[in-house]
Unconditional design. Structure first.
Ligand code: CTP
Ligand code: MG
Length: 228
């Protein structure tokens, strides 16, 4: 079976609050998404890297992407939510994929993913029935509060994991799960809603999602450290 990557990149980055969608913000000398795409294109097992952009993306056409090579394919079919963008992408590429092919969904906003981490995920899940995702054991102490910010309880962090991406599933199973799932924030959530149990593969804290302004600073340090 083959592997392709699908990169949702149709968000607006409202929490960062920059004038550009965050995936295009400059990071270590390039638009953020260039690092994400370069890492995925560098994975030998990945044959194509499909990028889901918003229908009225203002930025993609302003940059040269040819240096990333022939694996890269832009799709202007983003939706109103991350799940809708992923589903739109899956529908658009269905004709190019075979029955047992895997899709690795990876956020454009995780530019510090290392190719060897993706390779390791693929190796761990190759023979898996369901598929799975990179994830990190929760490090912080967690509190559940009432609506006024008053602590009700401490949630034991034992066996709690933070989901990362890539999330790797067979494209037919994933598409069906997303079509049936109501509101999910990641692919694994849709697979779970279908009654299946995705496998967690321990990832690395460097694979952070750029969400808040400080994450830009952290991501830049991580990327610069790797280029040295
Ligand atoms: N995404 C997408 N389509 C959407 C919303 C999000 O493809 N309608 C993508 C984003 O571009 C990002 C990834 O999903 O690469 C993770 O989403 P998130 O970090 O929430 O990005 P944004 O939605 O852009 O940011 P915010 O929630 O702060 O507005
Ligand atoms: Mg969002």
């Amino acid at each position: 079976s083959r592997h392709v990557a699908l990169v949702p990149a149709a968000g607006s980055g409202s929490r960062i609050g920059a004038p550009l969608p965050k995936q295009y913000l400059p990071l270590a000398g390039r638009p953020m998404i260039a690092h994400t795409l370069a890492a995925l294109c560098a994975v030998e097992a990945i044959e194509k890297v499909f990028v889901v952009l918003s229908v009225d993306d203002p930025e993609w056409g302003r940059h040269d992407w040819s240096w990333l090579g022939p694996k890269l394919v832009p799709l202007f079919c983003g939706g109103a939510t991350r799940a809708a963008s992923v589903l739109g992408g899956l529908r658009a590429i269905a004709g190019e994929l075979g029955q047992g092919d895997w899709v690795l969904v990876h956020d454009a906003a995780r530019p510090c993913i290392a190719p060897w981490e993706v390779q390791r995920l693929i190796g761990e899940l190759e023979d898996d029935e369901v598929g799975g995702l990179l994830a990190l054991p929760v490090a912080d102490t967690l509190k559940r509060a009432d609506g006024h910010g008053r602590v009700l309880e401490t949630v034991a962090r034992e066996r709690l994991w933070q989901a990362q991406t890539p999330q790797m599933f067979r494209h037919v199973m994933l598409r069906r799960a997303l079509e049936d799932a109501a509101e999910v924030t990641d692919e694994a959530g849709a697979i779970e809603a279908a009654g299946l149990h995705p496998k967690l593969v321990q990832g690395d804290a460097s694979n952070l999602k750029v969400t808040w302004p400080v994450d830009l600073y952290l991501a830049e340090r991580i990327l610069e450290g790797r280029l040295e």
